[in-house]
Write a protein that binds this ligand. Structure first.
Ligand code: ZN
Length: 168
């Protein structure tokens, strides 16, 4: 196992649409393990492969923070196939340190994905898990949560974002 470097706002890896995973092999399983370890070390609740500069449609979620009996879980090629409601919740991102903003998103979703054994799964969820998965799936499309806030709020963040992008 190894910790991976989390790339920050301004890194082009965060803006690329991730490639579909077409084989779950040892390399991919290793990447998932590394991502879980990296997420835990950073005390994150979710991490998408583009955040460790891997262009693959894959994210991990620290389900243990949502339900203490649950293990971290990988979502491979996840897609939202149904969404309902709307709710505003504060979000942050390991790639955008010290920035938190309210983001409006659907409240409940249904996600289709492959699990680590390559089995297709469908999961309906709400609450924290729905929020984290939508944030991570955005990453797989090169979208960041600060893209989803009002332009006025984003304007107010410009200085902070620029500092992150330049390593400040
Ligand atoms: Zn994020």
């Amino acid at each position: 196992m190894a910790l991976r470097e989390i790339v920050l706002y301004g890194n082009p890896a965060l803006r690329i649409k991730a490639r579909t995973v077409d084989e779950i092999d040892d390399d991919l399983r290793q990447l998932v393990q590394d991502m879980v370890e990296t997420m835990d070390a950073a005390e994150g609740i979710g991490l998408a492969a583009p955040q460790v500069a891997e262009s693959l449609a894959l994210c991990v979620v620290n389900n243990g923070l949502i339900d203490e009996d649950a293990e971290p879980q990988a979502y491979i090629n996840p897609e939202i196939i149904h969404a309902d409601g709307e709710i505003e919740v504060e979000e942050g991102c390991l790639s955008i340190p010290d920035v938190r903003e309210d983001v409006r998103r659907p409240e409940t979703i249904k996600v289709r994905y492959l699990d680590i054994d390559g089995k297709q799964q469908e999961e309906e969820c709400g609450g924290m898990l729905a929020r984290v998965l939508q944030h991570e799936i955005d990453h797989l499309n090169g979208v960041l949560f600060v893209d989803r806030i009002s332009s006025i709020k984003r304007q107010l963040l410009q200085k902070r974002l620029k500092l992150i992008a330049t390593g400040g």
